[in-house]
Design a protein around this ligand. Structure first.
Ligand SMILES: Cc1cc2nc3c(=O)[nH]c(=O)nc-3n(C[C@H](O)[C@H](O)[C@H](O)COP(=O)(O)OP(=O)(O)OC[C@H]3O[C@@H](n4cnc5c(N)ncnc54)[C@H](O)[C@@H]3O)c2cc1C
Length: 384
């Protein structure tokens, strides 16, 4: 594989080109499809999938049945600098399918994941419900065993790619009541299944998202991923693998915002001199740069720990917490540096400000990352 820095630089180039291509899109679904098509055409989607399942070979960086977090982070950091929609479409192919690699029937996993790598099918990850956000043990969507497989009833919400996905990897309850962590299982639900309805809504930045309503949706036995009772572990296994890449994307958004600030402050003059000559703004630039560099190091460390199968829970949580909070702050400063231009629709910093916000919420909120870090600290032996 190319070195990680090269991968990141190339991803930024392709991301910037894509941002121009999607400018002419008719709505977010169209933009999503254009971005996906371009990623597939240039063979980038494979970085979000394990090599054994249609992904690209990472030269032994990880085992063939695993996706390389370091490679994925390099790609996301680069894509996010150029085009938020490209970053989103890239990662969803992996996030929405990784459960299949972890526990799916091998023939189904290979067939579907090859299509995600080629961009001929779209994947989505469906775990959240009205009553189950930060606490996934609250899942109440039911899966009842039938002659053919399972019948699913319930609803999911905040599902990225709802309405454009071909398949959902979905968490449902096979036994027990909401709150019981052991009665869950994961399923592949094809979008064409009878009884599956999608209700779309909008969030603050372009993002295909909505609710799934399951009215007696029948799936086959081979659509059960892993075994009954393994659902929560599979869902957390997926999140554990992909969460660091959210942090990487955040760093990418922040780096682009810093670049925009530098360009603007060097060229915009007030009081007869460039804004970049004012010390208060120079302090800002230095702080943005330093915080982003620190976030980048936390991301690299966490990605390395995951790929090398070292204990990574706290490192991943630190990276997600610090990188997403930092990127939010950096994008806010960049808006401020642009004055009125910063809030005008169509400027890059205005877009980045909206795009980066949700990263502090999905795949585990900042507060949940703090709880993970504190739990880790409190579990350590203290010295007298
Ligand atoms: C743009 C976007 C895309 C998404 N895409 C997907 C997707 O593709 N698939 C999917 O399944 N889900 C998706 N989600 C859902 C996302 O994972 C959840 O929104 C997230 O886990 C938080 O759950 P919640 O919204 O129910 O908030 P809640 O869990 O209700 O939390 C509300 C607030 O309370 C805080 N809080 C909760 N518990 C605690 C605690 N114990 N201590 C301290 N504070 C706490 C939270 O940090 C948060 O600030 C997406 C969300 C967004 C915004």
């Amino acid at each position: 594989m190319a070195d990680l820095a090269g991968l990141q630089t190339d991803a930024e180039k392709i991301g910037r080109a894509m941002q121009q291509e999607i400018a002419a899109a008719k709505g977010e679904d169209d933009a999503a499809r254009i971005a996906l098509g371009l990623l597939a055409k240039s063979n980038w989607l494979g970085w979000a999938l394990p090599a054994d399942y249609g992904g690209l070979d990472t030269d032994g960086r990880v085992a063939g049945d695993k996706v390389s977090v370091q490679a994925m982070c390099a790609v996301r950091r680069g894509l996010a600098r150029g085009c938020g929609m490209a970053d989103l479409m890239f990662v969803e192919q992996g996030l929405g399918s990784y459960a299949l690699a972890l526990g799916g029937a091998d023939d189904l996993a290979k067939e579907l994941m090859g299509s995600y790598a080629a961009g001929t099918r779209i994947a989505a990850f469906a775990v959240t419900e009205e009553g189950a956000g930060s606490d996934l043990s609250g899942v109440s969507t039911r899966a009842v065993s039938t002659d053919r497989g399972y019948c699913l009833t319930g609803a999911k919400t905040y599902i990225t790619n709802a309405g454009i996905a071909d398949d959902y990897t979905l968490l449902a309850r096979v036994s027990g009541e909401p709150g019981d962590r052991s009665g869950l299982a994961m399923f592949r639900v094809p979008a064409t299944a009878r009884g599956l309805e999608v209700k779309r809504f909008e969030v603050m930045a372009p993002h295909p998202i909505g609710e799934l309503i399951l009215n007696d949706v029948q799936v086959d036995q081979r659509d059960l991923i892993g075994e009954e009772g393994q659902g929560l572990d599979l869902a957390l296994g997926v999140l554990g693998r992909f969460r660091t890449s959210v942090a990487a994307a955040a760093v990418g958004f922040g780096e682009r915002a810093l670049q925009e600030s530098l360009n603007h402050l060097k060229t915009r003059e007030q009081f007869g001199r460039p804004l970049s000559s004012f010390q208060g703004l120079r302090f800002d630039l230095a702080e943005m740069d330093t915080r982003l560099a620190a976030a980048g190091l936390l991301v690299s460390h966490a990605a390395e720990c995951v790929d090398e199968e070292r204990e990574a829970t706290a490192s991943v949580a630190r990276a997600k917490l610090f990188a997403t909070e930092t990127a939010g702050w950096v994008c806010d400063r960049a808006v401020q540096h642009h004055g009125g231009l910063g809030v005008r629709r169509g400027t890059v910093v205005e877009r980045l400000f909206r795009e980066v916000r949700a990263l502090r919420i999905y795949e585990g909120t900042s507060e949940i990352q703090k709880l993970i870090i504190a739990k880790h600290l409190l579990s350590q032996k203290t010295e007298d």
